[in-house]
Design a binder for this molecule. Structure first.
Ligand code: AMP
Length: 249
């Protein structure tokens, strides 16, 4: 991958990277289409990054669908799929840690998660040498953390955030949606609906209103917080953890 990236760069072609963990869906497809408009060549990385999963989280059962993912990338005219089997040597001992944006919210509930994310994304940036990398708004805190990392460490890459893609019923697309039982899937759109309704109240009242509404609808609330004009939340529906965020001003 690094050799191919060097060839493209010598040719003066702009590389756009879309980092993913695979099990690709229309949310990823939208990122890939966005990347095609930003670069001359598009690279999609597919790697279920063990470093960003905590003990007891879903690393081993995270969906893996490389053949279908490759077919989708071909349809979208992706120039390269980078799907390494392993990205860490056995004695890997260097970590990239962002120490401000990664605190709170998902950082509080998932200790070590963002350290895993920043480390793997830094590695991907070094290997793929992208001019631009596209991330999804659904993972708003991740976007903030990566933008801060790129700025603080002078990484020569533009980090672009693309809007959240939703099902017709409002549920944000996620590879983890396939964990939901049929009954849970029916209730899941209430997550975004309750957030959107509460957001109308504005950032002061919205978090408590949304948290109460979500509990009433049978979600276990991990957090609801208003951050930088967005109402951000994580909930459990059964065993599945869902995250989402909507505008809130
Ligand atoms: P993942 O494979 O879940 O790690 O996600 C890879 C990238 O796709 C991340 O930048 C996510 O924010 C983005 N993404 C995931 N779901 C969506 C969605 N529904 N809409 C837009 N981007 C998404």
């Amino acid at each position: 991958m690094a050799k191919q990236a060097a060839v493209w760069r010598r040719q003066g072609r702009r590389i756009a990277l879309v980092p993913t963990m695979g099990a690709l869906h229309e949310g990823h497809a939208a990122l890939i289409r966005g990347a095609s408009n930003l670069g001359d060549v598009v690279v999609v990385s597919i790697y279920v990054n063990p470093a960003q999963f905590g003990p007891g989280e879903d690393f081993s059962r995270y969906p893996r669908a490389l053949a279908a993912d490759a077919a989708m990338c071909r349809r979208l005219r992706v120039d390269a799929v980078f799907a390494p089997g392993r990205m860490y040597d056995r004695d890997h001992s260097t970590w990239v840690e962002e120490a401000s944006m990664s605190k709170g919210r998902c950082g509080r509930s998932r200790p070590g998660h963002f350290r895993g994310v920043t480390t793997v994304v830094a590695k991907l940036f070094h290997i793929v040498q992208p001019d631009v990398a596209v991330f999804g708004q659904k993972d708003a805190q991740q976007c903030d953390v990566i933008q801060r990392m790129a700025r603080d460490l002078d990484m020569p890459v533009r980090v672009v955030v693309a809007p959240t893609v939703r099902e017709a019923d409002g549920l944000a697309l996620s590879s983890r949606n396939r964990y939901l039982t049929a009954a849970e899937r029916k209730r899941a759109p209430r997550f975004a609906a309750v957030l959107k309704a509460a957001a109308k109240t504005g950032p002061d009242g919205a978090p408590a209103l949304a948290a109460n509404g979500l509990r009433r609808e049978g979600f276990r609330v991990d957090y609801v917080e208003a951050v930088d004009g967005r109402l951000c939340a994580a909930v459990f529906l059964g065993k599945t953890r869902l995250i989402d965020n909507v505008p809130c001003r």
